[in-house]
Design a protein around this ligand. Sequence first.
Ligand SMILES: CC(C)(COP(=O)(O)OP(=O)(O)OC[C@H]1O[C@@H](n2cnc3c(N)ncnc32)[C@H](O)[C@@H]1OP(=O)(O)O)[C@@H](O)C(=O)NCCC(=O)NCCS
Length: 144
Amino acid sequence: MMPPESVSRGGVTLCLDEYFEPRPPIDVPVLRYRIEVAGQTVGELRRRLGETSDLRRYFGQIGYEVQPAFRGRGHASMACRQGLAVMQGLGYDEVWITCNPENRASRRVCEKVGAVLVETVDIPAGHVMYQHGIRQKCRYRVRV
Ligand SMILES: CC(C)(COP(=O)(O)OP(=O)(O)OC[C@H]1O[C@@H](n2cnc3c(N)ncnc32)[C@H](O)[C@@H]1OP(=O)(O)O)[C@@H](O)C(=O)NCCC(=O)NCCS
């Protein structure tokens, strides 16, 4: 089943933007969506396609970023809700989102979309994230 090209809710639109073939460090395809508000791009949301343990444990199946000038207005939370709704429509019943423990804003986004903190895991020394200086990830699960 193909994901919809765009979805809108609460003044926030997710527009499917680009498909990326698997490439290191993420060995699954990625869909990038623009987050648009009033016709302006304010950030992006990425869906990492698949249910591998590396995704579920470390990378997460959804990632988001909002440009600094547009933060704190609920855009990431609304975009994330829409990404989750798209995934529900594609047959997922749960989605994993991960973030660094010190990333309070991202953790709050997880809470706002109804994700539950399942655990905080140590990044194994051999993992690519470890090589980038990341030592832990909080693992949030959302039932969709
Ligand atoms: C994380 C990010 C996407 C949030 O975007 P946003 O549009 O500001 O998010 P929202 O407005 O939907 O929600 C942010 C929440 O975090 C809260 N928040 C922001 N900074 C915070 C901090 N330092 N401590 C605690 N809470 C914080 C906000 O108050 C808001 O919660 P509230 O609605 O209850 O007040 C944005 O900060 C960002 O792009 N960061 C850099 C990229 C990144 O970290 N992406 C996530 C990777 S896992």
